[in-house]
Each structure stands twice: as structure tokens, then as C-alpha cells.
Write a protein that binds this ligand. Structure first.
Ligand SMILES: Cc1cc2nc3c(=O)[nH]c(=O)nc-3n(C[C@H](O)[C@H](O)[C@H](O)COP(=O)(O)OP(=O)(O)OC[C@H]3O[C@@H](n4cnc5c(N)ncnc54)[C@H](O)[C@@H]3O)c2cc1C
Length: 435
């Protein structure tokens, strides 16, 4: 298989969600060579992927129009997994390997759902809330299915509304946050009129679906497949029959690539200055990796990063006020949907925590750190490389993840072999091997 080497980009953007699109568009307007790469077949990120494919969303349509008409080289279906040398990234497609050369880089890799283990969470049809939504978007039939939506964060409401629109029955939405923190959140929305409008729209779409605060799943039941869920609802236990459980506990930033590039990470977020520049000169970061703040924050951070990457400091500075407002919303989200300590008691000794390597809670609690647990149990060493169990063990045991080792994502053996020609072989972590 050949390696496709692209010309030098003045600005290369990783991630084709709202933040990455905004960065690429603003940089390209300044007349420089811009490339954008995303690992999905279509651009738009978690929220706009379907809209970019054709559904109506004026904001998504506007930005995707600018992306398509701007002088931007687009690479879809390619995952960046390694920095071969300073200024050269490797991205893997379904049957090719691409070498991307850049002068300045904007990393806008978004976030993923946080999953917490509880008895039965590995049963078929227990899914992430956003994960189930993505599967329905890709054609999974959901009409007439009973779906319990549970966990925490505004994504639960968006998913429940989406499922209902596609004729699923949602018997309850379980939100672990308390009524008092939700009430404070609603008051805080007064400073964000756009969010109030979105909230009212969601309320209309969800009319008639019971919403339970102070509630979370205790166990999922079934033989071959999910049949029902025990929930704790305002202190009382209840079993509800269902076909699916859509469950996610807010989002965690995707910071592995930034960590691989040497960017400073603190509290799980990439550290950036006022111009979205990371601790590595010429590497900018925008959107969810710097904090979970929603699409408005992603868009404004992306624009600032794109402008700063081409030295348009004054134009970038003019967007600081808008970003400040959006960051206020990010802090509200963080306060409201912080996980309650009781959720640490959901796991039993037998509950599998690392699904890739089948590691139960009882084996993990013998260890004092993420590193020790990895070495002794192989937790976090399977195909997901700790992306699922890492945030769970961080919450359960307060373990901090190690630094990321190349490759940042599982990659094909022939591509790793090529990589080893450039890198010291012992610096490459091999999934399924030992460290
Ligand atoms: C599962 C999920 C579902 C969501 N659904 C909704 C919703 O319905 N409504 C809503 O308001 N908000 C939703 N959100 C939140 C929403 O994603 C954010 O508010 C906002 O869109 C973030 O934009 P972003 O550009 O920072 O990240 P994203 O939109 O996540 O874009 C990041 C992009 O980078 C790509 N990427 C990551 N790593 C690499 C790599 N190594 N190489 C190449 N490409 C890479 C990702 O595949 C993704 O396309 C969802 C979030 C998640 C995680």
C-alpha cells in the first residue's frame, strides 16, 4: 500500500466538527493553503453530521457551504494517529495512509461520552445515549421501541427528542443531577437567550415524557439481550421494561492526540492561551478538547484559532467577548452535571469495568494507580486504549491517566511497521502486546 504525501499546508485542521470547520473557513478566507481531516465519511462532527448530509439546520448549512466553497482541501474518512516528525502527521484511511505536512495546526477533536459501569451495562442494547442516536442516524430501526434515556447532561434531552421524533417510546428520562442544581441552571440561562429558545423547543418536543431528577440506573437485566432496567428514582427503586437503555454521563474531551503532540493538559482539558494556542508553538486547539461548552463555544473558539493560526490577531481578538459569554455556559454545564458520589457505588465486585480486556471491579480495586492496574490486569490496553474505562476509573478511583504513547489510535500493522522505521520501536505501544 502506498503512502500518499500531500503538499505543505499553512494551516492543517484535525477534526471536521463545528470547531474545525470554523477554523478552516476563517483561515482559508485569509488566502493561505488550508487542509481539514476528519475520521468520519462526512464532515459536521457529532451534532451536524446528519445536517451536512442534507437535513435542515440553517447554521450547519451555512458553515458547510463555506467549507465546500472555500479553498480548502478536505480529507474525510482518515484518522490522524501519529506525528511522524515535527510538522508531519500520519492519517490512516480504510485502505491508505496519508502524510500531512503543516506549518500551523488546529486540533479540534471534540469529545466522547462518559460511561460508568453498573451491573448489566455490557448487555446488548445498553448503549451510549449519543451512540444510540448515531446508530439511528445510520439506519437502526427504532420505531415502536421502548428506550429509557439515563445518565446526565443536556445530551440526554437532545437524544430523547430525536428518538421520539423517530417514533420511539421513551418511558422516562433519568437525570442524576438534583432538582436544585437544575433550577440554578435554568436561572443561569437568563443570560443566554438563545439557549432559552432551544430549551423551550426541547420542552415542547418532550411533552408528556416523565423527567426524573435525582435518578440513575442501578442495573440492567436480561438474558441474551436487555429486557429491563432497575432505576433509583428520587430515592426509590423501580424496574422498568424496555428494549434499549441509552445511557451516558456527560462528555469527556478527546485530548489523546494533543497529549501525543506534547500539549499541556490539565484537569482533562487542553490548556490554551487567549488565542487558543496550546503550550506547543504553532499548535492551536478549539472546541470540546478545551472544555465541554456546546456548539456556540466550539464555533467561536474555532474561528479564533483559525484566525490566530494565520496571524490575524486583531480579528481574532474581536471574538473574545463572544467566547467569554459562551465560556460562562461551559462553567454552568460543569457545575450542574458534575457526578454525584453515590454513582461510585453502582459497581459490584463482578461488574466488568474494562470491556475490552474483561477486567472486573474486584481486580481493579487491589491497585493504587492507573499504571499499576494496567500492568497487572491489562485494563485500558485493548482496542479502545482506555477511552472508555479511563474516564470511568478516574471517577471510581481518582486515577490519573498516563501520558499517551504512539500510535494515538489503533492502526494497521503495515502502517505501524512503516512508523517503526522512523521511530524507536520501543516508543510504540502495540495493542494486544505487553508494555
Ligand atoms: C456522541 C455525541 C453526540 C452529541 N449529540 C449532540 C446533539 O444531538 N445535540 C447537541 O447540541 N450536541 C451534541 N453533542 C455535543 C456537540 O458535539 C458539541 O456541542 C459540539 O458539536 C462540539 O463541536 P466540536 O467541533 O468541538 O467537536 P465534534 O463535533 O465532536 O467534532 C470533532 C470531530 O473530530 C473528529 N476526530 C476526532 N479525532 C480525530 C482524529 N484523530 N483524526 C481525524 N478526525 C478526528 C471526530 O470524529 C469529529 O468528527 C454530542 C456530543 C457527542 C460526543
Amino acid at each position: 500500500m502506498g503512502r500518499d504525501s500531500q503538499p505543505l499546508f499553512d494551516v492543517l485542521v484535525i477534526g471536521g466538527g463545528p470547531a474545525g470547520i470554523a477554523a478552516a473557513v476563517r483561515a482559508a478566507e485569509c488566502g493561505v493553503r488550508v487542509g481539514i481531516v476528519d475520521d468520519n465519511p462526512t464532515f459536521g462532527g457529532q451534532i451536524w453530521r446528519e445536517a451536512v448530509q442534507g437535513e435542515q439546520n440553517p447554521e450547519a448549512a451555512r458553515w458547510s457551504g463555506l467549507l465546500l466553497t472555500g479553498n480548502i482541501t478536505r480529507f474525510s474518512g482518515k484518522r490522524v494517529f501519529h506525528q511522524a516528525e515535527a510538522g508531519v502527521l500520519l492519517a490512516e484511511g480504510s485502505d491508505d495512509l496519508c502524510e500531512l505536512h503543516y506549518t500551523n495546526l488546529v486540533v479540534a477533536t471534540g469529545a466522547r461520552e462518559r460511561f460508568l459501569p453498573f451491573p448489566g451495562w455490557t448487555l446488548p442494547n445498553v448503549m451510549g445515549a449519543g451512540g444510540l442516536q448515531a446508530m439511528v442516524k445510520s439506519g437502526l430501526p427504532i420505531r415502536g421501541k421502548r428506550v429509557i434515556v439515563a445518565g446526565t447532561g443536556p445530551l440526554l434531552l437532545a437524544v430523547a427528542a430525536y428518538l421520539r421524533k423517530h417514533d420511539a417510546e421513551v418511558p422516562v428520562i433519568c437525570e442524576q443531577a438534583s432538582w436544585s442544581s437544575l433550577a440554578r441552571f435554568s436561572l443561569g440561562l437568563l443570560g443566554h437567550p438563545g439557549k432559552i429558545a432551544q430549551g423551550l423547543q426541547l420542552k415542547k418536543e418532550l411533552a408528556g415524557i416523565p423527567f426524573a431528577a435525582n435518578s440513575w440506573p442501578l442495573a440492567a437485566h436480561g438474558g441474551q439481550m436487555l429486557e429491563g432496567v432497575t432505576i433509583s428514582r428520587g430515592g426509590k427503586t423501580e424496574i422498568i421494561a424496555c428494549d434499549y437503555l441509552a445511557c451516558g454521563f456527560h462528555l469527556v474531551p478527546n485530548v489523546e492526540l494533543q497529549s501525543l503532540l506534547g500539549c499541556q493538559i490539565s484537569g482533562g482539558h487542553v490548556q490554551v492561551d487567549d488565542f487558543q494556542q496550546t503550550s506547543v508553538h504553532g499548535v492551536f486547539c478549539a472546541g470540546e478538547p478545551t472544555g465541554i461548552g456546546g456548539v456556540e463555544l466550539a464555533l467561536v473558539e474555532g474561528q479564533i484559532a483559525g484566525l490566530a493560526a494565520v496571524g490575524e490577531w486583531a480579528r481574532a481578538r474581536r471574538l473574545f467577548g463572544e467566547r467569554g459569554k459562551a465560556r460562562h455556559f461551559e462553567r454552568m454545564l460543569d457545575r450542574t452535571f458534575r457526578l454525584r458520589p453515590e454513582l461510585r457505588n453502582l459497581t459490584s465486585a463482578e461488574t466488568i469495568v474494562c470491556r475490552c480486556e474483561d477486567v472486573p471491579y474486584s481486580r481493579l480495586r487491589e491497585h493504587r494507580s492507573w499504571r499499576a492496574a494496567k500492568l497487572h490486569t491489562r485494563c485500558g490496553m485493548g482496542p479502545c486504549q482506555g477511552r472508555v474505562c479511563g474516564p470511568a476509573t478516574q471517577f471510581l478511583f481518582q486515577w490519573n491517566p498516563d501520558s499517551v504513547r504512539p500510535p494515538g489510535f489503533p492502526a494497521r500493522v503495515e502502517n505501524l511497521a512503516g512508523l517503526a522505521e522512523r521511530t524507536q520501536p520501543e516508543d510504540i505501544a502495540v495493542t494486544g502486546g505487553s508494555r
